[in-house]
Design a protein around this ligand. Structure first.
Ligand code: ADP
Ligand code: ZN
Ligand code: ZN
Length: 732
């Protein structure tokens, strides 16, 4: 008799044995339906073994075999098994996390036919250039590279009426997606029209280096300043990879997944480029997943979780903006997609490119250790000119809604010659707090250690930590005074102020409030590109990845807070953010200018950053981290616990500390800190505590945790306490 070992999506670090009914053939990595408690659950087969002297009478029998082939590629299977040990996360949870939602629910692993726009035969034999209307040219070009799902139309900056015009000409049509698979390889070619024939010297060097090693595992750091042509390098090296019939995975941070990026990849290759991101419907996600697995699509561009896409023949992984913290999952299984990607490249024995203008400390450290090789693009590509950067000392200057007179003057100069101005303020809402002038009361969230943010337009107070809200009071809750005054500056207020100061200039604000509805961000971005907006106000949503050729002045209004934060990563993040924001200025043939308003113009951080650039500054941070014994020189593992009354969480972590301290495996290099309250001690009504472990040697620390985790799991667990373990935490 055979026994099947099955992983279930439960929060326990174990698997379950079942008996196999006759005439069924489950596969390792495939799904089965099994009785679990009083219900039926979907599980993933971990192994199938011959039973020995087990008391099998107690085992239940599998109810149904769902898949007759594994849902995971061999390499993905090995990586996930490695990740279970690395992140100390329950096996079932990890495996299910890696699957599209529909598969977790037991739906069949097959394409759901969906409506798509496709180029007709006539469309395929028509040259886009022969069309008179540019929008039609663009639309046909994109369709020639592959079908477009109906709800991707906006994402690709296409317009339904344009598509209908093309349909009237017989060039495209709406069709239900075919289930039959299609092979792009024999017809693969590069659209030379969209190629820059002359890469500059640094780009060529980068391309040649990567090409010389593109058949095996190799980690490249492509450190290129904004607009230095990194994307051009990706595209050029991908030509070879695709020409060999291999596929590629391109990871981007969520907000960088812009139409521009997708269109650029689609235009370049005559091969299917598919996109995976959070706005897709479950059925669309599953379809892309299946197309990658069967080899039917050539490139998948996706956000964090796209790292779990199976590929028939993966040839390269690219991580754009590798420093971006959105690659780290912040709840549940707290994996880092860059970490998994490097591991995956190693398993698949393929090259991986980490591209960024502002490498993370982890990556720079690995370059120093000679584990990764750095390629540098130090100049802006094409005609783009370097930007001029300046500190604007605002000590003692009067500020109108956060704007100093010299800044307003500069804005006038740039606006007068029809350029765009971008103001960066990383705080949405009207004002970060509301204060009673009568008694000093300020509106604080009941559930968090945090002030309510005033949102004037919605007439609401909103907590940005837990999203709780209340209507805007007319009177102080404490003394009844009606003199409630907004304190501080948010993007909404800035927008109102600028509309008054520059009444004739169109102002566009881009933040999470203005782009809540699906597709609105795309509409705003298009508006900016076509000159329909002259002053752009944005939070970090606007700071990254977008190309705005007419922006010539960029100003950061209020970033001093980052200089004095208690989080040791704050300076790194500030330097990255500053460099990204500054990179928005002057991308085309126009000179760019960056103005940073500050009360601390002499701060060494600002001086190094502005005078010597990010890389110099990063090296300085690395030295400091090394001296202070902080990551990446040490490995951190963080236990977190929270409760609702601040009674148990700290105590529970204290018990964990006792277990760890009394462990015979403990060595002198292990350093424990805590339990202490978390950086944000109260959030969403939960009191949060943490216990930090630090060790110079990762394998030692990992073994120590593995050995002690069963004891920790067995600790008397108060139901009121929720706890988790975070390997390589980013916020502690
Ligand atoms: P990055 O990804 O580093 O921000 P991009 O690859 O997007 O840079 O390039 C920035 C701009 O410069 C784009 O408009 C791109 O088309 C252009 N560009 C890139 N490489 C070259 C080149 N070798 N010659 C001319 N223009 C280039
Ligand atoms: Zn009051
Ligand atoms: Zn709150």
């Amino acid at each position: 008799m055979l026994i099947v070992n099955v992983a279930l999506p439960v929060p326990i670090a174990r698997t379950f044995d079942y008996l196999l009914p006759d005439n069924t053939a489950p596969v390792v990595g495939g799904r089965v339906l099994v009785p679990f408690g009083h219900r039926q659950a979907i599980g993933i087969v971990i192994s199938i073994k011959e039973h020995k002297e087990l008391t099998i009478s107690k085992l239940k029998t599998i109810s149904k075999v769902i898949d007759n082939q594994s849902l995971f590629s061999n390499s993905l299977w090995r990586i996930l098994n490695w990740a279970i040990r690395y992140y100390h996360y329950p096996v079932g949870r990890v495996l299910f996390h890696a699957l599209p939602i529909l598969l977790r629910q037991g739906k069949p692993a097959e394409i759901t036919p969906l409506w798509q726009w496709v180029a007709t035969e006539q469309g395929h034999s028509t040259l886009p250039k022969s069309l008179k209307v540019p929008k039609q040219q663009q639309a046909l070009l994109i369709l020639l590279q592959g079908p477009v799902y109906c709800n991707q139309v906006k994402k690709l900056q296409l317009i339904n009426t344009t598509l209908e015009e093309l349909r009237n000409k017989g060039l495209c049509d709406l069709r239900l997606q075919k289930k039959k698979s299609y092979d792009w390889r024999p017809k693969f070619s590069v659209n030379n029209e969209w190629r820059h024939l002359y890469l500059n010297t640094e780009q060529s060097l980068a391309v040649n280096s990567i090409r010389s090693e593109d058949d095996r595992f190799f980690v490249w750091l492509l450190a290129g300043i904004t607009s230095s042509g990194k994307t051009e390098v990706y595209l050029t090296v991908l030509e070879h990879i695709l020409a060999k019939g291999k596929q590629a995975l391109v990871l981007v941070p969520e907000i960088n997944l812009t139409p521009q990026t997708i269109v650029r990849f689609r235009k370049r290759f005559n091969a299917p480029v598919e996109v995976l991101h959070s706005e897709l419907k479950s059925s669309e996600k599953l379809n892309v997943w299946l197309q990658a697995k069967s080899g039917e699509c050539a490139i998948v561009i996706g956000t964090r979780s796209a790292i779990f896409t199976p590929f028939a023949k993966l040839g390269m992984i690219i991580i754009d903006e590798e420093h971006d913290s959105s690659y780290k999952q912040h709840e549940g299984w707290r994996y880092h997609a860059r970490n998994l990607a490097i591991c995956r490249a190693k398993e698949e024995n393929i090259p991986i490119i980490l591209g960024t203008a502002t490498p993370s400390m982890e990556t720079l450290y690995n370059v120093q250790q000679k584990k990764y090789r750095q390629l540098t693009l130090s100049k802006r590509a094409g005609k783009a000119k370097p930007t001029e950067q300046q500190l604007l000392d605002i000590k003692g200057l009067p500020l109108i809604h956060g704007l100093s007179a010299p800044l307003l003057e500069k804005m006038r100069v740039h606006l007068q010659v029809d350029n765009q101005v971008m103001l960066f303020l990383n705080r949405r809402g009207f004002a970060p707090s509301l204060l009673c002038h009568g008694c000093g009361w300020s509106a604080e969230c009941k559930h968090c250690d945090h002030s309510y943010t005033l949102h004037q337009q919605q007439r609401q107070l909103l907590c940005h930590y837990c999203n709780s809200q209340r209507t805007l009071p007319h009177q102080c809750y404490q003394c009844g005074s009606t003199k409630l005054i907004p304190i501080g500056l948010g993007t909404e207020q800035l927008e109102t102020a600028l509309k008054n100061i520059f009444p004739k200039v169109p102002v566009t604000r881009i933040d999470r409030d203005t782009t809540k509805r699906k597709g609105t961000l795309e509409i705003y971005l298009a508006k900016i590109q076509h000159g329909g907006a002259r002053i752009l106000i944005g939070t970090q949503m606007l700071a990254k990845g977008h190309h705005f050729p007419d922006v010539t002045l960029v100003s950061l209004l209020d970033v001093d807070g980052a200089l004095f934060s208690s989080d040791f990563r704050a300076t790194e993040h500030f330097a990255q953010l500053y460099t990204q924001v500054a990179g928005r200025a002057g991308r085309a043939d126009k000179c760019g200018e960056v103005l940073l308003q500050t009360h601390h113009p002499d701060h060494p951080l600002l001086q190094t950053l502005l005078n010597n650039g990010y890389m110099d500054y990063a090296n300085q941070i690395l030295k400091e981290r090394s001296q202070a014994g902080l990551p990446p020189f040490k490995t951190h593992i963080l236990f977190r616990a929270d409760d609702h009354d601040n009674q148990q969480a700290g105590l529970f972590l204290d018990k964990i500390r006792q277990v760890l301290e009394s462990s015979p495996l403990r060595d002198n290099s292990l350093w424990l800190m805590g339990p202490i309250p978390a950086l944000v001690p109260k959030r969403g009504g939960r009191f949060r505590w943490q216990l930090l472990l630090s060790h110079p040697l990762r394998p030692q620390l990992q073994r120590f945790i593995t050995a002690n985790l069963p004891l920790i799991n067995n600790l008397y667990q108060n139901r009121k306490v929720k706890w988790s373990l975070d390997v390589d935490p980013l916020d502690c």
